[in-house]
Design a protein around this ligand. Sequence first.
Ligand code: SF4
Length: 378
Amino acid sequence: MSPSLSALPPAVRAAASGLDRRNFLRICTLAAAAIGLPASAGRAFAEAVAAGRRPSVIWLSFQECTGCTESLLRTTHPALDELILDLISLDYHETLMAASGHLAEEARMASMEENRGKFILVTEGATPLGENGNYCRIGGRTAVDILEEAAEMAGAIIALGSCASFGGLPAAHPNPTGATGTPMVLAGKTVVTIPGCPANPYNFLGTALQYATFGTLPALDELGRPQWAYGRTIHEHCPRRAHFDAGRFAELFGDEGHRQGYCLYKLGCKGPATHANCSVQHFGEVVDAWPIGVGHPCFGCTEQALAFRVPLHATVDIQRPTPPDTYPPLHAEKGEVSPIATGVAGAVVGAVAAGAWMATRKLDEDPDRTGAPGKKAE
Ligand code: SF4
């Protein structure tokens, strides 16, 4: 860690160094499990850190609200913030470092030179390209200038949050500053995107640890998102999915269906078209600490084509429909296969089509259905 960050509050540093070996190993194993790696990967994480191979991280903040940093630091799972301070060498972060002004900029340059080709560059926030980039200047230089220089020297680049990934809120119409995401600025370079508003800290941590330990990046989808975290839709793992399958929907905020915890599709839930693991990896290790968990429709913040682009309460088309959970019993009495069971088996074989039909039927049979016409995610 740079001298500037060693000036972090003593309680934080003491806690960071106070992890005993057993607890440290346990947390590394949990981090590995969170990204779908075996327990042996957790031990590899721990051994890499013990051998002094903590990756240098340069964290650039541009057009953002610091929500992603807050999310990272507000985790309550056993000392995740402490883990981060122990596992990575956070050499530049405007919000957390004590140094400021030219001293901070000099420390950043020194660290990037020392770790050229090896450090992890993290961007938080969109980059404005309008008016020659002058909407965001740091230390007398434009954000785009700083980003391009750092990217040339970095070993890996991670765009953290929806703004850094795709432009997010600053890029919403009419986008007066010409804001855009890091991958768009660095066209041609591999940029791992960890979208989310805020991003889930485990998704960042898992990616950073994999790079630090194995020197590799996770498999990415077409938007640069790690497949282990963004490979499935919210709808596929939603705790309200049974209500969707049964045709039970909240129609208004605060109505009986909403109080009963029914599906939020008709209130504009983007879960059926949003790829993310929020429904299984809640924020801050607090049960139900995610939008649908507290009764609000998914906003689609991990999708380039949804968040800040499609109205909050507009409905979306169902992507990859899957069949409902509840079918009649499959097994006939006395070992015979009944006509019903035969029909059900057919429905299972044609599961995708059946799921699509069920969803369409349940939604269409309600004459009072409100909401804008469905929109497809990219
Ligand atoms: Fe959950 Fe939204 Fe799907 Fe309903 S529409 S089951 S609330 S993800």
